[in-house]
Every structure is written in structure tokens, then in C-alpha cells.
Design a protein around this ligand. Sequence first.
Ligand SMILES: [Zn+2]
Length: 188
Amino acid sequence: MLLTQELVSRLWADMAAKDGFRVRRKRKSALMHIYAAGLSTIGVCSGKTFWKHMVTTTARTIYVPFTPGSMKSEFSLLEQVVVLAHEMQHMDQRRSMGVFWFGTGYALSQKIRCRLEVDAYRAGQTLYARLTHDRIAPVRLADKLKHYGIEDDLINGYALKRFRATNRKIDKGYLHGAAEDVWEALVG
Ligand SMILES: [Zn+2]
């Protein structure tokens, strides 16, 4: 699918309106400065990576280091769409677990954090495949988890297994979780 600046900008706006979340620039947010400090204490990436390469989601807001639809950022248009599915999956997790249990589990348990991130990356993984007819290597996806303070055993075991299994399901046209909503919005 050809992603244009207009299409990506509209997609973010449509999803935000439909799902009831806001999109804000990360740099401008005081809350994100607090998050940056908190995340670095649990070993989740900090510094330049956090501010420039990571999108961060709270209960009702997605904090982005780019303007959706703009090409003047470290995120390509494709990456802006894939990351939207990832963050919307996190919002779904919050809704089903409750904000308290999501936050506590994410912060205090590497195992839970690993499961939540793998689940969100699977949304991006399946959407990427649908958009490009290509696959992201499971090892590359698993490598990303190293930025989240997750131990190698979980990454090389649980995470890698899930990403491999997901790539096999893609052969049958599978879209994971929020990837389905994003895809519908793109083609609908
Ligand atoms: Zn995530």
C-alpha cells in the first residue's frame, strides 16, 4: 500500500477521534520528563533513545517524537503507521487489565513487561507484513526488547517464540489485535 503524508496524518486523527485518545508532542510534555526518569530506573531506555526514537502511551494520550504525516522525523511514514498499532495495543491492554495493574505489572515485573511489549510488537509485526508483503525477522523484533530492561532468557525464549509463531500466522492473513483496527481505517 502506498502511504502518503496526507493518508498517515488523517489515519492518526481518525483513530484518535474514534478511540478517544489525544496525540501530543513528547518534548513539550512535563509528564514525559517524569516518565523518562521513572523508566530509566527500571532499565527501560532513557536519554536520546527515549526522546527521539520512542513513542510513549499513557491511559489516554500517545506522546510522539514526530508529527504524524510529516517526513521530517526519525520515523518513516511506514514506521508511523506500525507504531500506531503498537501503541493502540498498549491502550487496549490498559483497558482490559485496568490502569493500576497495567502500570504496576509493567514497572515491577520483567515477565509481565515482556508479555505486554511482545503483544504490542505483534500488532506492529502483522500490520507491517500486510502493508509491505514483507516480514520483519523475529530476531530483529526480539532485539528491540533489550531496550526495555528485559532479561535475555525471556527475549531469546518467550519473545522469539511468539514472534516466530506470529510470522507463520501471517501466511494465513493474520492481523494481531489493534492492527486490525488500523488496517480497517486505512482501507475503509
Ligand atoms: Zn511498547
